[in-house]
Design a protein around this ligand. Sequence first.
Ligand code: 2NE
Length: 272
Amino acid sequence: RNWEPIKGFDFKEILFEQYNGIAKITINRPRYRNAFTPRTTFEMSQAFAYCREAQDICVVILTGAGDKAFCSGGDMHVKGRGGYVGEDGVPRLNVLDVQKQIRSLPKPVIAMVNGYAIGGGHVLHVVCDLTIASENAIFGQTGPKVGSFDAGFGASYLARIVGQKKAREIWFLCRQYTAEEAERMGLVNCVVPFDKLEDTCVEWAETMMERSPLALRMIKAGLNAELDGQAGIQELAGDATMLYYFLDEAQEGGKAFLEKRKPDFKKYPKLP
Ligand code: 2NE
């Protein structure tokens, strides 16, 4: 498959490519099982921001380089006091920004889990809309073993997926689960042989690209809204406003203001 690099970025820790309307973001630190540093997550943020704006990108695939890991969470070499310390010496937890971006991206995001999805790397797949895993994939949280936790999406959204008891088991015991076990928990959409992983993700992406993008956008916002509180409602409401702006009724309000007259809203339909 002919993935083309997306130009205009000087990324050091991710690969950013596209093919036929699909963007692929690959965490590219296989030496460290694709653990992320503040730079990795800054780069991911930039890539997701591009995907939001780009008209020719319809679906995003998130994955890790190689055949060992999707992502092993925060890089323990740079975990300091207050967060993961970047090249500027500032401690951050900027992976949380990436999680929010994935959830609010008005396009589907597929986690292509090609190996270990552990710790903060596990949470990254959890927040993606769909997860497709290869048979060698391993899932789990390690926080309480290594001095960390994610009590945000990593806890509450995980519990929505696998249930409260299982989510507590995952976090309290820090066990590792096979792809088959993860599928049984509803934590992944499907499991395929490693050599079919990318083809399957592209097929799923291409199927979604045959569906109405606006319908997918609205349903994603609706599914998020319940859990994301005011922030979720804001997104769904923003989509409703966007659609309203397409109507003559909304145009009339703005036109009337500029023409210094009373708006005439009477002519627009009031459906039951
Ligand atoms: C991922 C896992 C299970 C893989 O095991 P294995 O046996 O396949 O590989 P190995 O030998 O452990 O790792 C290979 C190399 O990658 C480095 C290792 O240190 C090792 O390096 P060398 O010994 O060859 O020099 N490596 C792997 N993971 C790394 C990491 N996260 N940071 C830095 N280097 C890493 C196994 O490696 C593992 O359990 N890794 C640690 C997973 C972990 O605990 N991650 C942090 C969780 S906390 C978190 O991510 C987090 C959060 O909880 C909340 C918010 C934000 C982040």
